[in-house]
Design a protein around this ligand. Structure first.
Ligand SMILES: NC(=O)c1ccc[n+]([C@@H]2O[C@H](COP(=O)([O-])OP(=O)(O)OC[C@H]3O[C@@H](n4cnc5c(N)ncnc54)[C@H](O)[C@@H]3O)[C@@H](O)[C@H]2O)c1
Length: 325
């Protein structure tokens, strides 16, 4: 297959490109390099372009024929989305609409979308399944939900087949250390814990008075390659089941911030300093996925269940001088 990986110069998209090429598929990465990195496009060809410029998309689809599109491109900083919601709606929603239009004109109907647990907002319970009400509490989450709604309409109006995958906390890196997480600024826990271990930053833990056993937030960390495997299954699934589908992706077990720090200390072999800071607005105490639907329907099974193993893959990537790749 020839797969278009939009946002393939970023963290998750670069792992997807590697997996696809490893399985013998061909990959074209479409990316404006706004948060991605040219150096991470090692698998497949990079086409530099912007979803907000329809002419870039038309030129791409006029030139190439694809068998499916995986759409990882988005702005995804919650704080930035609160400061500048228009920027988020434009990039994440209008950008996706442009991509869907270009796909329709090219007669292409298979689309996998990177959605997020952010669509659930402040969940009413710890273990969340897809039937849980969607009430995003920030513009980032609103843009993800809006795209899911558009995909539902496009299925009915134009026969577009899609799978929206609601990721919980993506974590870890390519076990061979060839790609990994490279956000700037980095807001994710595991890379920040490991940066603190390297003395690159001061680690802050936001809130130690939550209603959890150790008072810190609990999250479901899922290895990036387990996410990518679900994308492959999603492409297959659409062949059998047309329409717009939604699945949660998480391992179904939560870990507190302190548990992650302790696991990271075992991996790096030393203690990692941190300080407590006040809670951040909009951080629910517990966010854990019920991914039964993905397991039963897609036949998906996460392979990385041990946090130390996930952190070890991130560490082998972080140990490199990543910004000088
Ligand atoms: N990382 C996580 O924990 C997580 C969790 C839930 C959902 N997601 C979603 O998964 C996707 C990938 O996340 P990531 O962590 O790899 O992000 P990332 O920032 O590393 O990658 C996003 C890529 O999209 C590109 N891009 C953004 N806007 C574009 C545009 N207008 N035109 C062309 N390219 C554009 C960026 O340059 C970048 O390469 C995002 O949609 C994100 O919202 C991520």
């Amino acid at each position: 297959m020839h797969i278009l990986v939009c946002g393939g110069a970023g963290y998750i998209g670069s792992h997807m490109a590697k997996m696809l090429v490893g399985l013998g598929h061909s990959v074209t990465v479409f990316d404006n390099l706004s948060t991605g990195h040219r150096q991470l496009v090692k698998w497949g060809r990079l086409v530099e372009g912007d979803l907000l410029r329809p002419a870039d998309l038309k030129a791409l689809f006029d030139r190439e024929r694809f068998d499916g599109v995986m759409h990882f491109s988005a702005r995804s900083l919650v704080g930035e989305s609160i400061r500048d919601p228009d920027l988020y709606f434009q990039n994440n929603v209008t950008g996706t609409e442009n991509l869907l239009r270009a796909m329709r004109e090219a007669g292409l109907q298979r689309f996998v979308f990177s959605s997020s647990a952010a669509v659930y907002g402040n969940p009413a319970k710890g273990l969340i399944d897809e039937a849980h009400p969607t009430k995003p509490i920030n513009p980032y989450g609103e843009t993800k939900l809006r795209v899911e709604e558009i995909l539902q309409s496009r299925a009915a109006e134009h026969g577009l087949n899609s799978v929206s995958l609601r990721y919980f906390n993506a974590a870890g890196a390519d076990p061979q250390g060839e790609t990994g997480e490279l956000h700037n600024p980095e807001t994710h826990l595991i890379p920040n814990v490991l940066r603190a271990a390297k003395g690159e930053c001061a680690l802050q833990v936001f809130g130690n008075d939550y209603s959890t056993p150790d008072g810190t937030c609990i999250r479901d960390y899922i290895h990036v390659n387990d996410l990518c495997r679900a994308h492959l299954l999603a492409l297959e699934y659409m062949e059998k089941k047309p329409g717009a589908h939604v699945f949660n992706l998480g391992i179904g077990k939560g870990f507190s911030i302190l548990e992650i720090i302790r696991a990271a200390e075992k991996v790096v072999g030393k203690s990692i300093p941190f300080t407590y800071a006040p809670r951040r607005p909009g951080d629910p105490p517990v966010l854990v996925a019920d991914s039964t639907l993905a397991r039963k329907t897609l036949g998906w099974q996460p392979e990385y269940l041990d946090q130390e193993e996930i952190i070890r893959t991130a560490w082998s990537w972080m140990a490199k001088d990543r910004f000088k790749l």
